[in-house]
Write a new protein. Structure first.
Length: 238
């Protein structure tokens, strides 16, 4: 017997099929990357993946074919999404690159590590009572690379980033919007306790390449996702 929840999920999926993104392929990344230190430990961050998973659901509701590239999380994959499991920034980059050709939009909600241990240890690092110094090397900036590639290939048609900031929200987000050649960026202030990492709500500002901006009130991550997907629809549906 199929679980009632699965029947509801299947009906929701079917109801979306004639939506404004029908026939469009949307790639969404979610969660915090994990950079191995040794076979036991990783460097990671506080991203829960909730906003990315909510985006996948909203894109499905709008009729899109959705690929959700996600780091490990306890969240259920929305019914109808194609799930690609990754851990590190390097795996995320490879997965994004494999999906890009023919993608209508890439939404990078994942919190990608900017640095990884330069030489992960093959065996578990043992304590010796002394301080441990780690050497970290930079990872590839996936969005910046995709923005540069888009100038050559034309794919993806729509490129969306997130900016998690603890200060100077608008200035920093504006700089990322330009540096990564995005259509728009979703900026959020991670210092607020009711928004950002691990919460079910978010308070964001949308900044557009044409200089417009829109400040949204505190809302659920599902509602933020609907607003973001509505903007993607405007850029992709034609
Ligand atoms: N991003 C990315 N690749 C990275 C780092 C970030 O694609 N190596 C993407 C994120 O998924 C997000 C956007 O770039 O959509 C901004 O990420 P954020 O962590 O806010 O900023 P950074 O560009 O890493 O800059 P900084 O950490 O200096 O604020």
């Amino acid at each position: 017997m199929v679980e009632p929840g699965e029947i509801v999920a299947a009906l929701r999926y079917l109801a979306g099929r004639k939506g404004p993104l029908a026939g469009r392929r949307i790639v969404i990344t979610a969660g915090g990357t994990q950079e191995p230190l040794d076979p036991v430990r990783v460097l990671t961050n506080r991203s829960s993946g909730k906003q990315g998973f909510a985006l996948a659901q909203a894109a499905l509701d709008a009729g899109a074919e959705v690929t959700l590239i996600a780091t490990p999380t306890a969240l259920p994959v929305p019914y109808g999404a194609r799930h690609v499991a990754v851990r590190s920034a390097a795996e995320l980059l490879a997965a994004v690159q494999a999906e890009l050709l023919g993608a209508d939009a890439l939404i990078m909600a994942a919190a990608v590590a900017d640095f990884r241990p330069a030489q992960p240890a093959a065996d578990k690092i043992k304590k010796h009572g002394a301080a441990l110094t780690l050497t970290l090397e930079p990872t590839e900036d996936i969005l910046a690379l995709t923005g540069a590639q888009r100038a050559q290939t034309g794919w993806p048609r729509c490129l969306v980033g997130f900016a998690a900031e603890s200060r100077d929200l608008l200035e920093n987000a504006q700089a990322k919007l330009r540096a990564k050649s995005l259509d728009f960026i979703v900026a959020n202030d991670i210092s607020a306790t009711d928004a950002g990492f691990e919460t079910d709500t978010n308070r964001v500002v949308l900044l557009f390449a044409d200089g417009r901006s829109e400040t949204l009130p505190l809302m659920s991550k599902a509602e933020v996702a609907e607003r973001v997907i509505a903007e993607v629809v405007q850029r992709c549906a034609s």
